[in-house]
Design a protein around this ligand. Structure first.
Ligand code: GRF
Length: 204
């Protein structure tokens, strides 16, 4: 008998292209051993949520609506637990997680950030990188801890900054790599072949 599929919970707030890349890679057999159990958005009108439902996935809106972060997060945690989620993937989820959320899924929450961390954390990372004048940019998939864009790095991919780039063309080049990086990082985490050792993510 084959091993049960690991269950992914995707959290998003907007477009959802990273979620769709993961879903496509699973559907095409490029990302094996897992399935998407639920897609949760804090925005009811997120295009990514519509895309999830169009694909027949469970798509759930849990709006923050002025609620306290801990209360909103508690509802999301409960929903993820209802769906027996093994790994939480933040894919353009534009809210900070409460410490309770991080504790509920130790080393089981991933985020993707469009810069080579620790450079350019926070919003508009690609624009920050372009404005700074870097010659190499990229993306980072990392575990989520209590600090913004800070947890242990699982995988990074680089792209060159070209002479005729602007922040928009650079973002597009980074996004192509994001769509590869997230699935590779998920495979790495689910393989069980790696462990966190201090700040390093190394072969176990
Ligand atoms: C991506 O650039 C991701 O790195 C960042 O938010 C953006 C989300 O894009 N965290 P999408 O919704 O996955 O298309």
């Amino acid at each position: 008998m084959s091993a049960p599929l690991s269950r992914l919970g995707i959290l998003l707030s907007g477009r959802g292209s990273n979620f769709l890349a993961i879903a496509d890679n699973i559907a095409q057999g490029k990302l094996k051993g897992c399935e998407i159990a639920v897609v949760i958005s804090n925005k009811a009108d997120a295009p990514g949520l519509d895309a999830a439902r169009e694909r027949g996935l469970n798509g759930v809106a849990i709006e923050a609506r002025g609620r306290k972060r801990a209360e909103h997060d508690a509802e999301i945690i409960a929903r993820l637990q209802d769906h027996k989620v093994d790994l939480v993937c933040l894919a353009g989820y534009m809210r900070l997680l409460s410490p309770e959320f991080v504790l509920a899924f130790p080393e089981r929450i991933l985020n993707i950030h469009p810069s080579l961390l620790p450079a350019f954390p926070g919003l508009d990372a690609q624009e920050q990188a372009f404005t700074y004048g870097v010659q190499v940019a990229g993306c980072t998939v990392h575990f989520v801890d209590e600090r913004l864009d800070h947890g242990v790095i699982v995988l990074q991919k680089t792209v060159p900054v070209l002479e005729d780039d602007d922040a928009h063309t650079l973002s597009a080049r980074i996004l192509e790599q994001e769509h590869l990086a997230y699935s590779e990082a998920i495979a790495r985490v689910l393989s069980g072949e790696y462990k966190v050792s201090g700040r390093q993510y190394v072969k176990a």
